[in-house]
Structures are given as C-alpha cells and as structure tokens.
Design a binder for this molecule. Structure first.
Ligand SMILES: [Mn+2]
Length: 400
C-alpha cells in the first residue's frame, strides 16, 4: 500500500493499539503529520479499557506535542480508520466501526500487504515503516524535530535500545533522523516510577520455576501492561531461564506477557495457545502479550486456578509439536511429497559502472554493511524477488 492511495479519504482516524507504547505513538504521530500535510481532517486516537499511565509515554506525548486522544466510543462512523502498530480485529485493538479500514503494522499475524494494508513483519518497529512510507511520498521527516524524535524513540523502544536492529531500513532511519537527543535521554530515564520499581522488585522474588523446561512463571501485582513486558525482558536474561510468562490481574481478567529466547518456543504462538478460547494473544517470536477473560476462564478452568492452568497448558504446548533441526535432517522422507524449486532470478550491477574504479563503497545488506572497492571485475549480485530492495541497494551506494 502506498500512503497516497489513502489521499482520497478526508475524514481520517488513526488508531493505535490499546495501551499504546512508544512505537505506536511514534508511528501514529508520523501518519497524523502526513495527513495534516495533505490538509485532511485527522485524529490520532486509542481505545480500550485503560488510559495511558506509563510515565515515559505520557512524557513523550507531552514533550513532543502529540495530539493523542483516548476515545471510548464514536458517535459517528469515520470515513477511514487506519490502525497503526496493530491490525484491525486483533484482540489488542478496541473495535470501532468505520466506512473503510486500513492498516500499517509490523506484527506477524499471517496477513499480508494489499491495497489497504502495509504489513512488514521483518522490520523491527512500525515507526521505521512509517518513516519509509512518508519519505516515499516526499514528506521531509526532518522538517519537524518532534516528529523525528518520536519516530526514533519508537524504534529505540521496540528494538531493545537499538540492539535488535538488522534491516537496512532500520539502520537508515537511525542515521538519517535529526533528533533531540536530550529528550530521548529523558524518556529513557523515566521508564519506571518508584511504585513500578517496587512492583517489579516484588515480582522478581515471587517466581515459580520449571527446571526441565527452563521456564519461569511470575504473578505480578496490578500495574501498567507495559511494565509486565519490562520485567519479562529482565527475567529472560537469566542464564537458566529461556521462557518467561508474567501475568497479573486486571479489570475483567488477566494480562500476560511472554518472552522467549529459544527458537523452539515462539512467544506469539505460545501466547495464542495459552489464551485460546478464553482471550487473545499474539506478538513477535521473542516477545508477545495477551489477555484472558476472567468469566470465560472461570467457566472452563475455574477450579484450577490461573497459575496451575499456565503450568499444565505449557505442558500441552510442549507436547503439541515435534522439533526437527534443519542441519540434522530427517531419517524418513517417504511420507513427503516432492518439492520442486522454481527458477530463481538474480540481478547484478558492475561496481565500476557506478563509481570510479578504486572508490570505496558501502553496501547496506541484510547481514550488515559491507565495504567494497569499485573495480572492473567486482559485481554485486542482487536477488530479483526482492525487487524493491535492489533499488534500495542502488541508492545505498555511498562514497566512503
Ligand atoms: Mn511496535
């Protein structure tokens, strides 16, 4: 989807997921600015049970002048509802009616991009996607330092302080944005309140542990759902813990947050499994979240208690699949149908056609930046299936 395809709408509501995080706010703000630039009637909203309480998010909204509205219901049907950092119909997105629906997101729910959706699950933050989409429309993201700072903070928070960025576009954004560094530092140091620190402290000493599965389950006191994730991030760094489930009671049920640092357990899949039939869950391979409805839980598992439910359900999850390691291969292929690889096309460019021989160039690739010296016999091979990426790569030649 190109942003300009949405230019035909005039009354636009941009919706962030419930309990918006920095990435949702950064992305939403970028799209808001774009539609304002186009002269549209635009609002930036979120719904759900809770108003934002998390300190750094409130600070971000305040310091960067982001016009976020908390909406319980609409008394009209917007012409276009554009969900950002989330997908319409998912459990973490309060359902508003609208004439038309569009989405920009980086979560993997199986949905792919189309005329009304831009879904890129290989990008670490939705802010990066918005940065790219705005640039493609000729919008100067550095024309507004608040916008640049919001996008940067969105990526910063979704990539574990930039440590998880990999895609060339994420690197580009970090390099290109002209931001207010002292504000980023201020937000960074406002991640917890004293009370939340205490909640985290209590949670950390109250864990249950399954040594065989290298799994810990923690019940925390009521707190902002984003705090659960922060505690989970810390716990999964423990050497003997691979998977962490942290949950707490919230109005109407339980909120949970999952972290996994092993390939065998996908956090988003486990979140779906644990909430199946009684709530909703999803997210990324390493981080996910979910909600369990208390009435539905009591109906089905009431006698069991939530903590023992988690332990037994995790057992079921581990029993629900077999693991094969690609490098070990399979003993028996007899039940498999043959698979034929389709012809694959690569493109190439001759480095000396682009630069004076001897010029050192930086090529930004999925595996990181590579330096090559332009020479008659140095060619760059480019996968055809990633056509857009070819054009990107060609633009990435930077004289070093
Ligand atoms: Mn995000």
């Amino acid at each position: 989807m190109k942003l300009r395809t949405l230019d035909r709408f005039n009354e636009i509501v941009i919706q962030m997921h419930d309990n918006p995080d920095a990435d949702a706010v950064g992305s939403g703000f970028a799209l808001y600015k774009y539609f304002r630039w186009k002269g549209k009637d635009v609002r930036l909203i979120y719904g759900g049970k809770f108003k934002i309480t998390k300190r750094n998010i409130l600070m971000m909204i305040d310091e960067l002048d982001i016009p976020v509205e908390y909406v319980k219901e609409f008394d009209y049907k917007p012409e276009l509802l554009l969900t950002v950092d989330c997908q319409y119909g998912e459990g973490n997105v309060f359902k508003f009616e609208a004439e038309n629906i569009a989405m920009v997101d980086h979560h993997n729910t199986g949905r792919s991009s189309d005329a009304m959706c831009e879904i890129r699950s290989h990008i670490v933050s939705c802010s990066t996607i918005c940065f790219d989409m705005l640039k493609n429309e000729g919008f100067d993201v550095n024309g507004d330092v608040n916008l640049a700072t919001a996008l940067y903070y969105g990526l910063f928070m979704d990539s574990n302080e930039l440590s998880e960025i990999r895609h060339p576009l994420d690197h580009d954004m970090v390099e290109e944005l002209k931001i207010n560094r002292s504000l980023i530092s201020k937000f960074k140091h406002s991640n917890f309140t004293l009370q939340e620190l205490e909640t985290a402290g209590i949670a950390l000493v109250r864990y249950s542990y399954d040594e065989k599965k290298r799994l810990s389950i923690i019940k925390a006191n009521p707190c902002d759902p984003n705090i659960l994730g922060l505690i989970g991030d810390l716990v999964v760094q423990v050497d003997s813990i691979d998977i962490n489930i942290i949950f707490n009671e919230c109005p109407g049920g339980y909120k949970l947050s999952i972290r996994s640092c092993v390939a065998e357990v996908a956090s988003n899949e486990l979140a779906e499994f644990l909430t199946e039939g009684i709530g909703n869950g999803g997210g990324h391979l390493d981080k996910a979240g979910g909600f369990i409805n208390k009435n539905k839980f009591d109906e089905l598992y009431g006698a069991q208690g939530i903590e023992s439910y988690f332990f037994s359900r995790v057992d079921d999850y581990f029993d629900s699949y077999d693991i094969f390691y690609a490098d070990e291969g399979l003993d028996d292929y007899s039940k498999f149908r043959p698979h034929i690889k389709l012809p694959y096309t690569y493109g190439y460019v001759k480095t000396a056609d682009m630069f004076e021989p001897g010029t050192e160039c930086r090529v930004r690739t999925y595996e990181g930046d590579v330096y090559v010296t332009a020479k008659d016999d140095i060619y760059l091979m480019i996968e055809f299936l990633q056509y857009i990426f070819i054009i990107e790569i060609m633009n990435y030649f930077v004289k070093y």
